[in-house]
Design a protein around this ligand. Structure first.
Ligand SMILES: Nc1ncnc2c1ncn2[C@@H]1O[C@H](COP(=O)(O)OP(=O)(O)O)[C@@H](O)[C@H]1O
Ligand SMILES: [Mg+2]
Length: 362
């Protein structure tokens, strides 16, 4: 078990800066998720920690030991990839035992470790089978088993569920979370999928273009995003964004735009009077307005698309040039073409600087 520290870590490929000044302190036994769009530097960060990629500058520590120049095999790390290649001619037992044999563990020790891992993963009955006789999920479990038997200080997982179908992915997600509770090994998990990040991480590191945008717990990321990128990346359907201007009127502050949008806020934003900002609201913070008289923070909209998901309904609505997604519990109450009033929760809004994208409410 161990802590992991990235200190001012940079990585360049030629003149392309792929990871920019990564600083991260990962606690012992923590399950931390690196998430971000494809190409943002997640795998490169993991590969530097594993020793598969050289660091351009900065330091990486495992526990108190600086590992910059340590051989991968000496780092006491096990890694599971998306494309876990099992040896096709070996059965499950031998696939899992292979790394231990290379490391010259004794036969009895290998047997103990493989059996223990197989029990944890529920694949004891598959030990004699060859990979081609396994389902995708079973093969993925063997690949994880191969990492577990090493009893490493740190687990690295790089999109390990990406090759599985949607249902199996959800199931394996829960299994990996349980596995982590059992093993209590520090775990760094990479995914481009915000749902995976939100459901699995103790903490989440959101990256974009090689730069960390925010490091926080799932609920903090969801409730208090640092900037418009994090706000739009975390949550599905994504947060709605509406370009508008700050206007003071009768001592109150409104956000308004030419589509007829008008939203009263309880924040002065004095420095921003007459300036452009981006208003944000999540689909779940919008409700039907059933009162007859128009109220503050309500908006008349036209229903464009209705998605009935059974337990909930997504309504794609618009006013002027602006489109908005709303999420309501239960079956749809409206059809395409209807004009309805929606109420935007006056207490659950976000405002971002139009230029920097930074949250103005922090
Ligand atoms: N060996 C390499 N040589 C040159 N560029 C690379 C190499 N590996 C990755 N890159 C580039 O670095 C960037 C980050 O890649 P990567 O860390 O794999 O992203 P992610 O895992 O977040 O999708 C990408 O632009 C990618 O093309
Ligand atoms: Mg990757």
């Amino acid at each position: 078990m161990a802590t992991v520290s990235f200190k001012n870590v940079c990585k360049n490929f030629g003149d392309q800066e792929v990871v920019k000044n990564l600083n991260l302190e990962i606690e012992d036994q923590e399950f931390i998720v690196l998430v971000g769009p494809s190409g943002c530097g997640k795998s490169t960060s993991l590969r530097m920690l594993a020793g598969l990629e050289e660091i351009t500058s900065g330091d990486i520590l495992i526990g108190d030991t600086k590992v910059n120049d340590m051989e991968p095999k000496d780092r006491d790390i096990a890694m599971v990839f998306q494309n876990y290649a099992l040896y096709p001619h070996m059965n499950v037992y031998d696939n899992m035992a292979f790394g231990l044999k290379l490391r010259k563990h004794s036969a009895s020790e290998i047997e103990r470790q493989v059996n223990e891992a197989a029990t944890i993963l529920g694949i004891e009955h598959l030990l004699e089978r060859k990979p081609k006789e396994l389902s995708g999920g079973q093969r993925q479990r063997v690949a994880i088993g191969r990492a577990i038997v090493r009893e490493p200080k740190v687990f690295l997982m790089d999109e390990p569920l990406s090759n599985l179908d949607a249902k199996l992915r959800v199931q394996m997600r829960a299994e990996l979370a349980k596995l982590h509770q059992k093993l209590k090994t520090t775990c760094i998990y990479v995914t481009h999928d915000q749902t995976e990040a939100m459901t699995m991480g103790d903490r989440i590191v959101v990256m974009k273009d090689g730069v960390v945008q925010q490091v926080a717990s799932p609920s903090e990321l969801y409730n208090s995003p640092n900037n418009i990128f994090v706000a739009g990346f975390i949550g599905s359907p994504a947060m709605n964004f509406i370009d508008c201007k700050v206007k003071q009127h009768n001592g109150q502050t409104y956000l308004v735009n030419e589509d007829g949008f008008s939203y009263l806020i309880d924040n002065q934003l004095a420095d921003y009077n007459d300036k452009e900002v981006v208003f944000g609201i999540r689909p779940e913070d919008i409700s039907y307005d059933t009162t007859d008289t128009p109220k503050e923070n309500c908006q008349q909209v036209r229903v464009d698309v209705v998605e009935n998901l059974g337990a909930e309904t997504l309504l794609y609505v618009s006013f002027g040039e602006q489109s908005v997604v709303c999420r309501f519990m239960g079956a749809p109450k409206h059809s395409v073409g209807n004009n309805i009033n929606i109420a935007l929760n006056p207490n659950r809004y976000y405002i971002f600087d139009k230029e920097t994208g930074n949250s103005l409410l922090k």
